[in-house]
Design a protein around this ligand. Structure first.
Ligand code: NAI
Length: 511
């Protein structure tokens, strides 16, 4: 055995289930130096996994990322096994079989009688309770969740999940082994969705809600979130990639496992599309259409040409009012400074959380001439401006606002009235769910940030995202969204409320 292997936390691993996940885990374990004994209910699956990994390593050699000797050694460390009985000498057995509680319970019951007393048992389940999987074991303390993401070699994070009875030492050893395989472990309590699939509820669910209200079409919502917040994929692009037959059951499962928590309420739009088979890229049609594998993105409506722009009056309550006035000046607008707008003025409001309608009504502004601009973030920090009309906004005023804010060439999206525009709603929802994960002690704030950036590829962790906007602003948005929608899904988590009230960072841990 090599020196490297000697130092590994687990040298002899059993891997049960050699499908998509099992072979990925086998790859990184073998690369770290462990011997991996492969078992599958379908004997052909083990050979298929070995052949696929041989291919992978050949490609890495061809690209110069691995030596031929190392590739050969890795392949040698993959040992086909006829059945679970062959795993007697393993110090760790990882399960990546079918996602069914009874089948996983039976497997671990069987393994318990085969492996030695100090061997660790791990499940790669993504949606079942680790506690329930271990509940039939004589020694449930030796079982933990070891939740990898697909594709395993590229997704460098793994959730190490402690069930109710899991020994702390088992969690530590799995975390150490994850690092030895080049992955970053994050520690999670056994709760529905663990960290990543729980934190990931905000982005998709809120975007579906926004689309369901016909605030904007799918492509516009995607453009807004990419250009304003720096998300790599818009929520509908992401849904098309994952496919609704995979993501909708996860949304429903987490919603029900949390006893119909309104924050996680799934969308009828997604359910309907799943029922109709319009599930995503893999079938050529999802929220977008695909021709020869190429996404068909509907073109953006161009900014209208308006001969003479009206003067502009800005509400005294506008968010970032000074910046907004400066922006209007830079765009060459004629700005009215009187206490009330003139009869001709275009009226601009910039609410946080409220809709344009509410602001127009409360401030007694002429709704026909009132439009909203999202000023959540400084104009210099966004690649797109978002305007919202209200149901009474006149066509000429909408066109004038669009033309004015597009004057310097920055893209402008015009959406229907919505509390919190698009970005405010989505960001506030993501931050709120993340804050609640911390409030429940599911993981540390630091591990949450790591899990979300590595597991979901967000441009920043959700708490950092909240700090960027300011916890007080996120709170204000949520309070106002509750007023606009009367929906408990927007009630702020105590974690957010307390930190917002005290002016603390959302990353500030509680002693
Ligand atoms: P898969 O269907 O690609 O592979 C499962 C393999 O397990 C198959 O080869 C099957 O023959 C084998 N198998 C089924 N029952 C067995 C049993 N009783 N004994 C031995 N082998 C058995 O599934 P995939 O996608 O690899 O998922 C496996 C596990 O990983 C599931 O628990 C899933 O929830 C979890 N997971 C999946 C992710 C994904 O994106 N696919 C991500 C994270 C976790």
């Amino acid at each position: 055995m090599s020196d490297v292997a000697q130092r590994l936390t687990f040298r002899n691993i059993g891997l049960v289930g050699t499908g998509a996940m099992g072979r990925g885990i086998a790859q990184i374990a073998a690369q770290a130096g462990s011997t991996v004994h492969l078992v599958d209910a379908q004997p052909a699956a083990v050979e298929a996994a070995r052949a696929a990994l041989r291919d992978t390593w050949d490609k890495l050699v061809a690209k110069g990322r691995m030596t031929a000797d190392d590739a050969a050694a890795c392949l040698q460390r993959l040992v086909p096994a006829a059945g679970v009985e062959a795993l007697a000498g393993c110090d760790l057995v990882i399960e990546a079989i079918v996602e069914r509680l009874d089948v996983k319970q039976d497997l671990f019951r069987q393994l318990e009688d085969i492996v030695g007393p100090d061997a660790v048992l791990a499940t790669n389940t993504s949606s079942l309770s680790v506690t329930a999987i271990g509940s039939r074991l004589r020694a449930p303390q030796r079982l933990a969740g070891f939740h990898f993401f697909n594709p395993v070699p590229l997704m460098k994070v793994v959730e190490v999940v402690a069930g109710l009875k899991t020994d702390a030492g088992v969690v530590q050893r799995l975390a150490a082994f994850a690092r030895e395989m080049g992955h970053t472990p994050v520690l999670a309590q056994d709760t529905p969705g663990f960290i990543v699939n729980h934190a990931g509820r905000g982005y998709i669910t809120e975007a579906l809600r926004i689309a369901g209200e016909r605030v904007a079409d799918f492509a516009t919502i995607d453009r807004i979130l990419k250009d304003q917040m720096g998300f790599r994929l818009g929520p509908f692009e992401l849904l098309d990639l994952t496919a609704l037959d995979v993501s909708q059951p996860v949304m429903e499962s987490i919603y029900h496992q949390y006893y119909e928590e309104p924050r996680f309420r799934p969308s009828v739009i997604a359910a309907q599309r799943l029922a109709g088979g319009v599930v995503g890229r893999k079938v050529g049609e999802g929220f977008y259409r695909y021709v020869d594998g190429q996404v068909q993105v509907p073109p953006e409506p161009p900014a209208p040409v308006v001969e003479a722009l009206p003067p502009v009056w800005v509400s005294p309550g506008a968010a970032r009012r000074a910046e907004l006035l400066q922006l209007l000046k830079d765009l060459g607008a004629t700005i009215e400074t009187a206490a009330q707008p003139s009869e001709r003025a275009l009226i601009v409001v910039a609410p946080l959380g409220h809709d344009v309608t509410t602001v127009a009504a409360v401030e007694r502004l002429d709704p026909g001439r009132t439009v909203g601009l999202d000023m959540l973030l400084p104009d210099g920090a966004v690649k797109r401006r978002v305007l919202a009309t209200n149901p009474a906004t006149r066509h000429d005023m909408r066109a004038a606002a669009h033309a004015l804010f597009a004057r310097d060439g920055k893209p402008v999206s015009v959406i229907r009235d919505s509390g919190g525009f698009v970005t405010q709603r989505v960001v506030a929802t993501i931050v709120n769910i993340a804050a609640d994960i911390c409030q429940q002690g599911i993981c540390t704030p630091g591990d949450l940030e790591t899990a979300v950036t590595l597991g979901l590829g967000y441009p920043a962790g959700p708490l950092a995202m909240g700090d960027r906007v300011g916890a007080a602003s996120v709170l204000e948005i949520l309070f106002n969204l509750q007023t606009v929608y009367g929906d408990p899904r927007y009630r702020p988590s105590p974690w957010l409320r307390r930190r917002g009230a005290l002016g603390l960072s959302l990353l500030h841990p509680e002693e």
